[in-house]
Write a protein that binds this ligand. Sequence first.
Ligand SMILES: *[C@@H]1O[C@H](CO)[C@@H](O)[C@H](O)[C@H]1NC(C)=O
Ligand SMILES: *[C@@H]1O[C@H](CO)[C@@H](O)[C@H](O)[C@H]1NC(C)=O
Ligand SMILES: *[C@@H]1O[C@H](CO)[C@@H](O)[C@H](O)[C@H]1NC(C)=O
Ligand SMILES: *[C@@H]1O[C@H](CO)[C@@H](O)[C@H](O)[C@H]1NC(C)=O
Ligand SMILES: *[C@@H]1O[C@H](CO)[C@@H](O)[C@H](O)[C@H]1NC(C)=O
Ligand SMILES: [Zn+2]
Length: 709
Amino acid sequence: MLNSLIRVCYIGLSVCILLVSASTLRDVEYSDDHYCHSEGCTEAGRSITSKLDRSVDPCEDIFQFSCGGWFKDNPISEEWNEKSPLIDVSLQIDERLLELIRQDGWEFKGTPSSAIKKLKEFYWSCVDMGAIDEKGAEPLKQLIDDFGSWTVTETEKPWEKDKWDLQEAIFKTHAWWGSSFFDIGVSADEKNGSRNIVSMSQGGIALSELPESYTEESTKDFFMKAAVKLGELLGGSSVNVTAKMAKVYDLEKNLAQIFVPKENLTNPFNAYNLMTLEDFQKLIGSWINMEKFMESVFPELDWRDEDELVVITPEYFKELQNVVQDTDKETLANYIMWNLILPTVGYLPEEFEDVNIKQATESEDKAEIPLSRQTSCLQKAVKVMPFAASALYIDLFFSQETNVKVVIAIDDIEHEFINNLDELHWIDQVTKQNLREKAESMTNQIGFPDWILNPSKLDAYYDSLVVNPDDFWGNFINANQFQSNQILESYQKPPDKRKWDTSPLEVNAFYYSTENQMVVLAGILHEDIVSPYYPTSYVYGKLGSIIGHEIIHGFDNSGRLYDKDGHLQDSWTPHVAEEFDQRAQCFIDQYDSYLVYNHSLSGSQTLGENIADNGGMRLAYRAYKNSIKPELRLPGLNLTDDQLFFVGMSHFHCGLFSEDSALFRLRTDTHAISEFRVIGTMSNSRDFAEAFNCPVGSPMNPEEKCEIW
Ligand SMILES: *[C@@H]1O[C@H](CO)[C@@H](O)[C@H](O)[C@H]1NC(C)=O
Ligand SMILES: *[C@@H]1O[C@H](CO)[C@@H](O)[C@H](O)[C@H]1NC(C)=O
Ligand SMILES: *[C@@H]1O[C@H](CO)[C@@H](O)[C@H](O)[C@H]1NC(C)=O
Ligand SMILES: *[C@@H]1O[C@H](CO)[C@@H](O)[C@H](O)[C@H]1NC(C)=O
Ligand SMILES: *[C@@H]1O[C@H](CO)[C@@H](O)[C@H](O)[C@H]1NC(C)=O
Ligand SMILES: [Zn+2]
């Protein structure tokens, strides 16, 4: 399966704005005391107050102070692994969308829309359990036969060892959604912004997020449980499946062992290794013909020895042939088939969904969020047709005014970055000039792409996607084909800065270093995050901090290595870069010292995000202080405006995690866990200490502070 683009996001893993000034609020009644007593304001005041825990001293623990009330109202229950107001926002978006998608007809803006029809039919094909159950495991069995059989279970067509060819199997499965042994992707060339380029990376293991976990007994237990379940559903015997899949596990474990650790890839220069196809062939060895591989994944393209590609993990590819040579043919065949089958389990009868290998890393048999069939079908439909789904939602629930306001806020906050440079005495003039230019050239995309609200453009975009209302499996195959074709097409064109590759309904924001571009998705502009009734200070704390965070990603430990055009190039004066590293070390040590369920957070794994959180909040605070708008007061909210800013920032991160979920994040997430995103940032902020009058030396106002931006 092809992937695209590399990005840094605001929220990690499964989940990854409205800036309203008081003077532009509608539906607001002012009275002499500058309090707003409208229903909207009263509700906003109540909502903010109810999240607080006034019994906690904010200088002792600003996280508990800001979120304690919300925690009391939202205890972690047995079946939930995580809770947060942000998850609630996602669920609310899903709920609204579910209602829209279940409505009859496929009109969009008054005209029949084939895109909306396909979206709804995809959804209906997923909830039609009768049709899915009737087909049963047949579609998958057929696939296994077509691709040369899986000896883990008995199928109609026995595996023919002598006829089976390793290369053929890799070519064929990768041309579909297979990803055995490695991942292949298309993205902008980090050193030449006028072309897209193919990148090759380590991959092909079920638990790729946590390769080091393969050595743990519990991982094997979960892996085997999932494999046996799948094998049995396909008619295999537990004993046979166990014997064969244990070998597949060992192969994945061996691959995991040669994975380049993610720490080594933090520096983007390490991950950028430009090679000709010929050189890559020499590196990977003669066991696989890479030219033929490319031609099967990119049909219609002629590949030559001198064509270039980016190899992200050369050390992995060098070792790969040893692992392959040490593995018997049958295990290789079973592994490639297992890799092809795993992504299909969500498109078969419901019992197949229990084969959730990802849970192996989170242990415990519970999903992050338990979803109804309807909601999980909705999410699948949104994944396949994000722009059609967003069009439905945005047409009803999004105001264009929001965009305008966010753009203004981004401008303000970018300005603060430039103003703030004058105060950073450790940066020399040459470097400052580069930084200024980079900040000035940063572009942004807010909300959603305009074209999606144009019915004929929307239809044209999905024109080649085929959807049948009664063939869920077929729709899965077609959707994969559609997505692959899009990526293939993008390869033949220069990178397009206006291209969107994320669902606008995700509750998230991004910074793309190769485009020097910030993206703030419509999902994060939901009114729970930025109600027009919230005071400016609160909104700047909540949303402004996100915007600041994304801007700072352009200047964090890896972002700083890209120039204003998004090209990988270190333009910093060496002694300034050294000072940067020293200051970064302060953050590493600080976050290393935090404990989550008695386990240490990793300061180096989360460094870039922590730099972004700290710098981002500081910029947002300054932008808020410099916005000289009349401030609106909410009834019942006994906080100063400055305090409200910091409460707003904290409220974005109120999050509760079960121990399993927290420990999983600790090992995989590049963001610090919510509690310490708040506490870490506040402890470094003099503005915070001043707003709450925290004595020097109190837990939230330590004498030693880390600071970069
Ligand atoms: C960048 O890519 C374009 C398009 O492929 C090519 O024409 C140009 O020569 C490349 N520039 C460099 C410096 O490699
Ligand atoms: C298990 O494997 C053995 C040996 O390959 C085979 O004879 C037997 O039929 C298999 N049993 C099942 C239920 O697949
Ligand atoms: C990863 O980085 C460490 C420390 O710099 C180095 O010793 C090791 O060889 C690197 N591993 C790979 C596979 O590049
Ligand atoms: C926390 O971890 C430390 C060191 O790993 C250990 O000594 C201590 O007993 C642990 N405390 C609890 C409450 O588990
Ligand atoms: C408001 O907060 C201040 C300072 O925390 C406190 O002294 C005062 O009693 C509070 N007033 C009300 C009405 O809650
Ligand atoms: Zn981030």
